[in-house]
Write a protein of this length. Structure first.
Length: 494
């Protein structure tokens, strides 16, 4: 089959954002007739995250021959940085554990829609809620993923969370280990150091039929009889795209996860005119950027001040909102959580202190607020005034009248020495936008029609997430959609 390189020509604007692709060289390569090594599979899957590997395993289970192309030497996306929480409402694992939480598919659906402010695609959201149990049961029974269940770990505290367990940390890396083991058992070909740089189409009908990939040996073409799956993650590590689409504060955030998710699902699919949605939306969380220490729960205690020693946010907000505010409203994206010894000793904060200690991130400590301010490089007079006002407002029940208000449900006083100042930044977790998909995982064009042969999954796809996500829903949805793609392709292959 002769393939078209029109995508290289048309892709100039998008591809130039990728940094590594020079528009000029693409034009000249379009003028040349080159024969590249070609390999043909049923499905070409670009990216070795959970979305890609689940699609590949399911496709192989169904008798298809997929190939996975990964630009790095190992799985390097957000999956391996994730905590490894997945969600189910009545899985076999929950039943075996005797979980009786009263949770339902409908509640799961409603929670996802609520957290996406009603902006998540209803059909995709319903699919995820309905297929989560089947998918987790399959991951457990067929793939061999081990989960801990039965604890109230993530909102809305319905024991919905399934935490991947094993020796490897974090849970997401362990999850990938299970998936890779299964892929090996099934002989799924995974091509490492193989970076997808362009999509190929059938010049007669425009269907996407393969990719051009850069390997250590040069360029190669991978053709997929049933098409190509973009599983390349989002663009949380592409500062240029973040600046243009999510804004400067987002672009200035240190990355909490992968440095290799750089937006190829948007950059490479541009020539096919997908409907790209929610690219201004992303998830963020607190991080000590230089070390990677994680103050996840600390930011929901005490008060937050900037380097200028002013309060800049409502400490009653979620950690996501506080991280967003820290990036947007503080010089250099630095906040300091101020807490006292009583708060320091809360069991829920144990992991956070350990994270700071083990990563050698600074935590300032002193017996008076003024001395603490000096230690942390803050203004002692201003900090003392802020803490005194906060304690007084807490006593008087007027925290919500402060400027900015503090609407924390269980505000804690800052009275017992020693006192602590914990520096942190708003950090980028994952982007939510991309080419929108339907419930088969097909990418839709600007007119809402499927682009033949083009699929997307995980953070490479848009439609499901807006503003925030129910903890665990991203890994779950990438797995659900990955299976849907494989099942649909199988139906085409019959
Ligand atoms: C710190 C952190 C904690 C998280 N915890 C959770 C959690 O507990 N539960 C949850 O549901 N979600 C969590 N998430 C979100 C979740 O990790 C992601 O949504 C999910 O892993 C995305 O998977 P993916 O398959 O889309 O892509 P990724 O896992 O990001 O993988 C994409 C892969 O594609 C490769 N790639 C990129 N471009 C190309 C190219 N051109 N050619 C070839 N390969 C390419 C990349 O190198 C990468 O290996 C967390 C995220 C972070 C950062």
């Amino acid at each position: 089959m002769q393939t078209s390189r029109r995508s290289l020509l048309k892709g100039g604007l998008f591809a130039s954002m990728a940094g590594g692709l020079a528009t000029a060289s693409m034009v000249s390569s379009a003028a040349e007739t080159v024969t590249l090594p070609q390999k043909t599979y049923d499905l070409v899957i670009c990216g070795l995250g959970i979305g890609g590997i689940v699609t590949a395993i399911r496709a192989t289970e169904l008798g298809l021959k997929p190939v996975v192309l990964e630009k790095m030497g190992e799985a390097s996306g957000n999956t391996v940085f994730s905590a490894g929480f997945m969600l189910g409402v009545n899985t076999k694992m929950q039943q075996e554990k005797g979980v009786k939480s009263g949770d339902t598919v409908e509640k799961f659906y409603e929670d996802m829609m609520k957290v996406s402010q009603g902006r998540g695609d209803p059909a995709l959201t319903r699919l995820v809620a309905e297929q989560a149990d089947n998918t987790l049961n399959w991951l457990h029974d067929y793939v061999g993923v081990q989960y801990a269940v039965g604890a109230n770990l993530v909102w809305p505290m319905l024991q919905r969370a399934h935490l991947t367990t094993g020796d490897v940390k974090p849970g997401g890396k362990q999850l990938m280990e299970y998936l890779l083991k299964k892929a090996k058992e099934l002989n799924v070909p995974i091509m490492y150091n193989t970076k997808v740089v362009a999509l190929l189409d059938n010049p007669k009908n425009g269907n996407v039929i393969g990719v051009k990939a850069k390997t250590r040996k040069g360029f190669e073409e991978y053709l997929g009889k049933y098409g190509v799956v973009m599983a390349t993650g989002g663009f949380s590590a592409n500062k240029q795209m973040l600046t243009m689409m999510a804004g400067v504060p987002a672009a200035n955030m240190p990355v909490r996860g992968s440095h290799t998710v750089t937006g190829e699902s948007i950059l490479l699919t541009g020539p096919y005119f997908p409907r790209v949605v929610n690219v201004d939306q992303y998830h963020c969380g607190p991080i000590h950027g230089p070390t990677g220490a994680n103050p996840l729960n600390i930011v929901n205690t005490g008060i937050a001040v900037s380097k200028e020693t002013t309060r800049y946010t409502d400490e009653g907000k979620t950690y996501v909102q506080m991280s967003r505010d820290t990036a947007a409203f503080t010089p250099g994206n630095w906040g300091y959580m101020i807490v006292d010894q009583d708060t320091h000793d809360l069991p829920v904060l144990k992991n956070d202190w350990f994270s700071y200690e083990s990563k050698k991130a600074p935590v300032y400590k002193a017996d008076t607020i003024e001395a603490l301010a000096k230690e942390a490089g803050l203004d002692p007079v201003k900090l003392k005034k802020i803490v005194d006002e906060y304690n007084a407002a807490l006593k008087a029940g007027t925290l919500s009248k402060m400027n900015p208000p503090n609407t924390h449900k269980n505000p804690r006083p800052i009275l017992k020495a020693p006192f602590y100042a914990v520096p942190f930044q708003g950090g980028m977790t994952a982007t939510f936008g991309g080419p929108v998909i339907n419930t088969r995982g097909q990418v839709l064009d600007t007119e809402g029609r499927p682009i033949r042969g083009l699929f997307a999954v995980g953070n490479a796809a848009g439609g499901l997430f807006y503003d925030n996500y129910v903890g665990g829903a991203q890994l779950t949805s990438a797995s659900v959609i990955g299976r849907q793609i494989a099942d649909y392709v199988k139906s085409l292959a019959k």
